[in-house]
Design a protein around this ligand. Sequence first.
Ligand code: SF4
Length: 296
Amino acid sequence: MDFIEAKTLLRKVKFEKKKWFGIDYIMNLYKGCNHGCIYCDSRSKRYFIQDFDKVRGKFGVEAILSKELRRYKRGIIDIGAMSDTYNPLEKRYCLTRNALEIIRDYDFGVSITTKSNLIERDADILEAIGKRYAVNIKFSITSADDKMASVIEPNVVPTSERLKAMKRLSEKGIFVGVLITPILPFLTDDINNIKSIVQLAHEYGAKFVYTKYGMTMSDGQREYYLKKLDDNFKGISRKYQYFYGKQYSCLSRNYNVLQEAFVDECNKYGLLYKMDDIIGSNKICSLYEQLSLFDV
Ligand code: SF4
């Protein structure tokens, strides 16, 4: 793996972004991602990531992060907004694991979105961070069907393996849930898919499920996505061009129906689905744990 220089790692989020799972900082330990999701927004030209499918690690993560955490106010760090931090190279290079150890030692919280079951390796540290402050782990699942997942997310474990990993983290008391984003028009926006994901989330220990009804498309990403549609799903790209043209936000055309089914299913299984409730529940857990430390 190639390494690139990094002067800083943490970026403070603007106030309104704190609404995203309560995060205070964003940090990427890798540049690029090789999971190959055909819809990936990070592939867009506006992020200026050359050779996106090639993963490069950041050099000197431990020293930079320790220095920043000494100075920064305690908060929740989101790892891997532009790149799944559990890419296959993490198994060998452990940038994420080392960063988590530092986050634990400085008493910060962490929020991670992943499609990989490699996260299970770090359950011990996540458990420790969750006991002291906040942890929320979002498993990104777009299709309940492994076959569909293997086409739209070709280089990462299928949905069934992600769910098993989620269950094992949940059994350790780690706050886990499912992120159903994006929902791909004409491919994954059918009601049975959404209902199945919510049901599976419940069966596999999720505390929450969060979704948005559509996808984004911008220059660079759009061309790549439409080409992959042509390679794998004949006739679908024409529908995109007809209904969405060059639009950035491509909202599922049946989103009202999906929303109703999604809410019904979440209520049926007692899953949190509103962002404020998810954030509140995560912080309440942390506060409870902190208070219980003083009871001993
Ligand atoms: S895992 Fe995330 S960052 Fe990586 S290719 Fe898929 S959507 Fe993009």
